[in-house]
Design a protein around this ligand. Structure first.
Ligand code: ADP
Ligand code: MG
Length: 319
């Protein structure tokens, strides 16, 4: 293999670590097989089995008795339930100068729904009107602030549509919010985008492009379009505005590869969430695209760019 400094040259094979808890997951499997087809060496690493001396001047990662070294890139596929430990392991890879497909800070940022919403709003990205509060005494005012019922109430730590409730009346909204608050759960309260008709758009962003998109539709009578809730997916054709909204949202979050979920509202596309470990199964099936291949090509390009830049700055330093 040809290295520039200690990094790989464009077109050369890489050693890639995939941070994933399970080799058998569709997305992990696809990334592994695609990387191997392209001549790379891949290792699936369960972040929860990594341990490390975080204060060492020569950072390393130990894994099931071995020391991990010599990786050019790391692909984080960190589940929501292991964000804290997973991003710490990812950070350790970064300290070892391994190129992360998504940076640990960006993954952490995207996992905090309030922080994400605040960041996107500040940059003028359209979103459903969203509020949050801590004290039950403020519920009445908060509901008025987001435009009144119907509202969608969301548990901040929910995924796959669980913890997302549509409250159609003031009474229902108040009692659901009171119940969640009573359980000490963090929630947000959102304008209900009725005109979306139970469907949303998943825009798969790689670099500065939407490389595939699907429309997800919930079953009859269900406002949540999550595939885990029985939704179905079809190929989506995006408007230029939808494309640029998705790409801008990804950039604001600092994510190079992500899934941006949009709702089609009367006031244009609104961003619901930005997912830093978007699944490949639904999007590859609905779009017919080799999304894993697109990701791998992008990773090759980025690793080569970073290697070239670091070798140039080293040469300059010596001259
Ligand atoms: P999760 O993280 O659990 O997937 P989401 O915020 O993505 O939670 O909400 C789940 C689904 O509920 C969305 O895919 C969308 O179909 C529907 N939904 C969420 N928020 C709204 C809203 N404000 N208006 C209309 N539908 C919504
Ligand atoms: Mg969702």
């Amino acid at each position: 293999r040809v290295y520039i400094g200690d990094k790989i040259l464009k077109g050369q094979a890489m050693r890639i670590a995939i941070l994933s808890r399970n080799k058998k997951l569709y997305s992990t499997k696809r990334l592994v097989e695609t990387a191997e087809q392209r001549g790379h060496e891949v290792m699936v690493v369960d972040a929860l089995r990594c341990y490390m001396n975080i204060t060492s001047l020569k950072p390393t990662i130990h894994y099931r008795g071995d020391v991990l070294h010599g990786f050019d890139a790391v692909i984080p596929r960190i589940g929501a339930s292991v964000t804290f430990y997973g991003t710490a392991v990812l950070r350790q890879f970064e300290m070892m100068n391994v190129f992360p497909l998504n940076e640990s800070v960006a993954v952490t940022r995207s996992r905090d729904k309030l922080r994400s919403a605040q960041l996107l709003a500040r940059k003028g990205i359209g979103m459903p009107v969203t509020g949050f509060a801590h004290n039950p005494d403020d519920i009445h005012d908060l509901l008025r602030e987001v435009g009144g019922t119907p509202v969608v109430i969301k548990l901040l730590e929910g995924t796959q549509g669980i913890g997302v409730v549509l409250a159609e009346t003031q009474k229902a909204a108040e009692s659901v919010i009171q119940a969640f608050m009573g359980l000490k759960a963090n929630i947000m309260v959102q304008e209900f985008i009725k005109e979306a008709g139970g469907s949303d758009l998943r825009c798969f962003v790689v670099g500065d492009k939407v490389v595939a998109a699907m429309q997800r539709q919930g079953p009859e009578g269900e406002f949540r379009s999550n595939l885990h809730r029985g939704g179905s997916a079809t190929l989506a054709r995006l408007t230029p505005n939808e494309r640029s909204t998705a790409v801008r949202a990804a950039k604001i979050m600092g994510l190079e590869v992500c899934g941006v979920d949009l709702l089609r509202s009367n006031h244009g596309p609104v961003v619901m969430e930005v997912n830093s470990s978007p699944g490949l199964e639904g999007i590859e099936a609905a779009s017919g695209k080799d999304v894993a291949g697109i990701i791998m090509q992008y990773l090759e390009k980025r690793v080569a760019e970073v290697a070239e830049r670091s070798s140039r700055s080293k040469t300059r330093g010596k001259g």
